[in-house]
Design a protein around this ligand. Structure first.
Ligand code: PRX
Length: 650
């Protein structure tokens, strides 16, 4: 371990990034938050800050107490009652937003639908009524396994309206993954579609559901939306078409007042041990946290066209496609398919077509766009954009600068937002009108959030573990059915604080820099080096588009650094270039971080949400049999790499 003064540092910070990007003046002039006073105010009285945010919502009964904190369980807005669907819909249809677009949806084949708040309200009411007539009651978990079509948020909001927690399972998951998740929460009703469009093909959602249900005897009904019209098997006693299901439903279901602490949804996240954990989110605090962060971090204006490119099957879609934006009465774009269908310019075509003003995407997508080349965004008019965001992984400074220049045209602030399925809401991010950004840094904790970087003893250090020191409204309320794991995983490593599992460093000006998962930190000759920093140095080389770095066992150094890189289109992949790349890293962040081997990869192994699976690369580099590959987006990627590695690289 490195030492600062007397304190042991769990990670050694190497990367120096000196560039600064102040918010463009024009942006600040019109921004919602123009003064840093918001940080001071919130720090002086965080509860008052959150109360103020909560008051932006419609409460059917006011709360009596703002927070009860008995570690590790927090309760927010105790005694308060509200209905999430009432906040996302009824509130808006009663006023001038009635005919405003809630969702502008584009299907992958190019079909398009616009749903106004009134449309969405009508559809949600019908579906909520149908669910209720079907016997779904408050507290019954409902599993939703759908493509990115408007019926997905409709189903979620209908569940919320009647108090049935939903469990959305990402449409790319296999029948086994779907089965595990249904089994864990024992839902009797599953909502799906015949299929969905993806990269020009059709995903077999109904077929997967049939397969999954072979192991779930307690599922009594499957509601099927007809999206593609593909051939499917039909189980008469179990399956119901969506259009038949809503035929006799009522047009209105009164939004019942639910307790602020009633469960809104469950969302499974795979975690390191493989068995998925059902993260529990509740009603009042969650909606407060997501609506406030969405409004302030995305500087939301009435006329914005906001596009979050995530899939609703992930937490990003729950919080920042559905609940945050709808609570705020925003117009959101929703897209069904992939960024390269029919061509690699699809995202930019959509931005131009709908005049998108705010774009929120993932570093993995940005690095892919860098690799494809500038010609695709250059084909389109992106001048409607005024703000950009990223989430999901640390963003390498070079990818950040590319995003700023090529997509934002040097006009748009970038909000690099750090958070997790468990945190429910963004916790670390710039406020775009006031924060001077540094590429690669998520900058500062959101007002009202207290984060720290600590060592094993819980002492503040410059580089170590990221922890959160105070409860926040949208925090998880537990792991479904596993209180012991909740306590162990998040509240036991360091006493009294929430353990994020991420490494971070804090610079002299107090900026937070995320360094990736703690499990990925390497130990090279006694130095604890973050994979993120070496990867950023690699991506800084002009030929490198994307990089994944791992430590493999080395007799002398403890661990040696293996770097898997993808090269930009059109650059020859020579031995000479490998040497150049290694030297580039040594020069940029120091000789100790010079990769021992560089391996050219056509693709890097990623989860379906785009995170690099370094664990599998370690298996490849150590010559081990591959561990669990079920969460991998494309299984052939690692087998190809394994072959290549065995053929000797270096
Ligand atoms: O490691 C951090 C990384 O993603 C993890 C959370 O993943 P998940 O629960 O799937 O939620 C993703 C969407 C919120 C974190 O522990 N992560 C997320 N955002 C960032 C990030 N790492 C660095 N910078 C970010 N902006």
């Amino acid at each position: 371990m490195a030492k600062t003064g007397q304190r042991e540092e769990p990670i050694q910070a190497l990367l120096k990034e000196g560039r600064k990007f102040p918010p463009p003046k024009e942006f600040t002039k019109a921004a919602r938050v123009k003064s840093p006073a918001i940080y001071k105010e919130a720090a002086a009285n965080p509860l008052r800050f959150w109360e103020k945010q909560a008051k932006e919502l419609r409460w059917l009964k006011p709360w009596k107490k703002t927070l009860e904190w008995k570690l590790p369980y927090a309760k927010w807005f105790i005694g308060g009652k509200l209905n999430v669907s009432d906040n996302c819909l009824d509130r808006h249809v009663e006023g001038p937003r009635r005919n405003k677009a809630a969702f502008i949806w584009e299907g992958e084949p190019g079909d398009s639908r616009v749903l106004t708040y009134w449309d969405l309200y009508r559809e949600v009411n019908r579906f909520a009524s149908a669910l209720r007539k079907h016997g779904v009651k408050k507290g019954d978990a409902v599993t939703i396994y759908m493509p990115m079509i408007p019926e997905l948020p409709i189903a979620m909001l209908a569940c919320a309206r009647i108090g049935a927690p939903h469990s959305v399972v990402f449409g790319g998951f296999s029948p086994e993954s779907l089965r595990d998740r249904i089994n864990d929460c024992k839902s009797k009703v599953v909502i799906t579609a015949d299929g969905g469009y993806r990269r020009g093909g059709q995903v077999a959602l109904k077929k997967n559901t049939d397969e999954a249900l072979k192991g779930c005897a307690f599922v009594s009904s499957v509601i099927v939306f007809k999206r593609t019209g593909q051939d499917i098997d039909w189980h008469r006693d179990r399956d119901i078409w969506w259009h038949d299901f809503v035929k006799d439903a009522d047009a209105y279901v009164k939004p019942e007042p639910f307790d602020a602490e009633d469960m809104l949804y469950l969302l499974y996240t795979s975690g390191s041990t493989g068995k998925p954990k059902g993260i529990v989110h509740t009603t009042g605090g969650y909606l407060t946290g997501v609506s406030a962060t969405h409004r302030l971090i995305f500087d939301l204006r009435e006329e914005d066209v906001y596009w979050c490119t995530a899939d609703i099957g992930w937490v990003t879609g729950h919080s920042y496609i559905v609940y945050g934006p709808l609570a705020n009465g925003a117009t959101g774009v929703m897209y069904e398919g992939t960024p390269d269908f029919p061509d690699k310019d699809r995202f930019w075509r959509i931005v131009e077509k709908y005049g998108v003003t705010i774009l929120y995407t993932a570093p993995t997508a940005i690095r892919t766009f860098v690799r494809w080349g500038d010609e695709y965004p250059k084909r389109c008019n992106l001048s409607s954009l005024r703000l950009l965001g990223t989430v999901g992984e640390p963003i390498n400074p070079e990818a950040w600068v590319w995003y700023w220049k090529v997509i934002g045209g040097g006009r748009c602030p970038i909000v690099d937002t750090w958070w997790q399925t468990e945190t429910g809401q963004i916790l670390i991010s710039p406020l775009p009108g006031i924060t001077v950004c540094k590429p690669g840094s998520a900058t500062f904790p959101f007002p009202g959030i207290e984060a720290d970087v600590v060592n094993d003893k819980g002492e503040s250090v410059d580089a170590g573990y990221l922890v959160i020191k105070r409860p926040w409204p949208a925090m998880l309320r537990g792991i479904y059915g596993d209180p012991e794991r909740y306590q162990r995983q998040y509240w036991s490593q360091i006493k009294g604080v929430y353990f994020t599992g991420d490494g971070a460093k804090r610079d002299k000006e107090g900026y937070f820099w995320l360094l990736g998962r703690i499990d990925d930190v390497m130990n090279v000759s006694g130095h604890r080096v973050s994979t993120m920093e070496v990867e950023s140095a690699l991506v800084d080389h002009p030929a490198v588009a994307e990089a994944a770095v791992i430590g493999r066992t080395h007799e002398i150094k403890g661990q040696a650094i293996s770097a898997f890189v993808t090269i930009k289109v059109g650059r020859p992949q020579t031995e000479e270039l490998k040497k150049e790349i290694k030297e580039h890293v040594a020069k940029k962040i120091g000789a100790l971080a010079r990769p021992d081997d560089v391996i050219y990869a056509a693709e890097l192994p990623k989860t379906r949400s785009g995170k690099i699976m370094r664990r599998l690369l370690r298996d490849v580099a150590e010559g081990r049999a591959l561990g669990d590959t079920t969460t991998l987006a494309d299984a052939t990627v690692v087998s190809d790499l394994k072959q290549k590695y065995e053929d000797k690289e270096g």
